[in-house]
Design a protein around this ligand. Structure first.
Ligand code: DC
Length: 226
């Protein structure tokens, strides 16, 4: 049996990280973990419970009440996130959550809480995890690190199409502003900002089909497990 490795995929918002991560997990029989979903679920909990996240005490107490799990959905063939036993995979994609998640993800206690769980999930290897700090902080020794990028206009268009399906009132301006704001906060925060790991391979998928991006990544995997 081929050696199992850890694959990290980091990059800007809406670059297609989760699409590639899902493709790789399916192809290799690996576990896929969407680390952004964890920050989104925590943000959802804070919003629903009116937590003032500028107050360290409130943040610490709230985190003690949060249990996050991933369960594989055989129908959609992907893992879905549960917040205290509730499937929140769909609701965390809402723009209301997207507007606040970068602020919540910048909090040190929140990151410590999420990173510890992410590292535990990687113990057995055979995992693909996407996010912003997976190759730099969560798994600095991962065998394959991918840093994804794509043209801004393409990213805005992709995310707009995805959100428009759920909410036809959404405008392209709103989506563009949200992406720009998140990229700025994610790459300028003090604790583990988004940056390319020195040993990451760059995958620009602006002009690649999903199949082409998968083949490129699979070639890199092949080199690592050989
Ligand atoms: O990947 P995503 O768009 O679902 O992530 C949502 C937010 O969570 C993103 O704006 C930044 C934050 N995030 C993070 O700080 N670190 C990660 N490893 C993953 C996501």
């Amino acid at each position: 049996m081929a050696k199992k490795i850890i694959i990290t995929i980091d990059g800007w918002s809406s670059c297609g990280k989760s699409t590639l991560a899902r493709q790789l997990a399916r192809e290799l029989g690996y576990v896929y973990v969407d680390s952004g979903a964890m920050y989104r679920a925590i943000t959802l909990y804070f919003l629903r419970n009116h937590i003032d996240w500028t107050d360290q005490k409130q943040v610490k107490e709230a985190l003690e009440q949060i249990v996050l799990d991933f369960h594989f959905n055989t129908k959609t063939e992907t893992s879905e996130i549960f917040l205290n036993d509730e499937n929140v995979e769909y609701v965390i994609r809402d723009l209301v959550v997207a507007e606040k998640v970068s602020d919540v993800a910048a909090i040190k206690e929140v990151r410590e809480f999420a990173v510890a769980q992410q590292q535990a999930l990687g113990k057995k290897k055979g995992i693909v995890m996407d996010g912003r700090d997976i190759g730099t902080v969560v798994f600095p020794n991962a065998e394959l690190k991918i840093f994804m990028t794509a043209d801004n206009a393409v990213r805005v268009e992709r995310r707009f199409r995805e959100l428009f399906e759920k909410n036809p009132n959404i405008t392209i301006e709103e989506v563009k502003n949200n992406l720009e704001m998140r990229d700025y906060i994610d790459s300028h925060r003090e604790v583990s900002p988004l940056r390319q790991a020195d040993d990451a391979l760059v995958l620009d998928n602006t002009n690649l089909t999903p199949e082409q991006q998968l083949q490129k990544a699979l070639a890199w995997v092949g080199e690592r497990v050989a």
